[in-house]
Design a protein around this ligand. Structure first.
Ligand SMILES: O=C(O)CCC(=O)C(=O)O
Length: 158
């Protein structure tokens, strides 16, 4: 993985969540507007409006960054993951739930795209093999790609 990440709500340390970051400072709060956005996405995709995400992983990709195929499985909840892309487009690889091999589907995710995966696809392997540099709208003022994934931790804070 060669991506820079900031966590909101819960901090992801490979391979667990905590309320403190790697340097011991408290994790930044999860903003309610992101929860509203997540609810709209899940309602559109699955027709359920009960979605209450409490984690956001904000990933920044420069032109050379990639993310290897992995499963999002450190959450105690299997509620859907909502992924929002901004800036440069990327090739997003969405695979099967068994391993990193085929079958998988490569889709271009462009700025403004929302990708929701839940139900039988919740534990699908996925990753970003390639950024498509220079494809962001210059008006956005962003060089590179930002991706925000929303998740439900299923965890209780102390
Ligand atoms: O950047 C993306 O589109 C995927 C991000 C991702 O897989 C993750 O944060 O676990």
């Amino acid at each position: 993985m060669s991506v820079r990440t900031v966590c909101l709500g819960w901090h992801w340390h490979p391979y667990r969540y905590s309320k403190v970051t790697a340097d011991g400072s408290p994790v930044l709060p999860f903003p309610s507007w992101l929860g509203d956005l997540g609810r709209r996405a899940v309602s559109t995709a699955y027709g359920s409006s009960e979605y209450e995400p409490d984690i956001a992983l904000v990933n920044f990709y420069d032109s050379a960054a990639k993310m290897g195929l992995h499963q999002d499985k450190d959450e105690a909840s299997l509620e859907p993951v909502v992924s929002l892309s901004l800036g440069d487009a990327c090739v997003f690889r969405f695979g099967n739930t068994v391993d990193r091999g085929r079958p998988y589907t490569d889709v271009d995710l462009r700025s403004g795209d929302l990708f929701v995966f839940g139900g039988e696809s919740r534990l699908a392997f996925h990753g970003v093999p390639r950024i498509l540099p220079g494809t962001a709208d210059p008006e956005l003022g962003l060089v590179g790609r930002l991706n925000i994934t929303l998740r439900v931790s299923g965890l209780e804070s102390d």
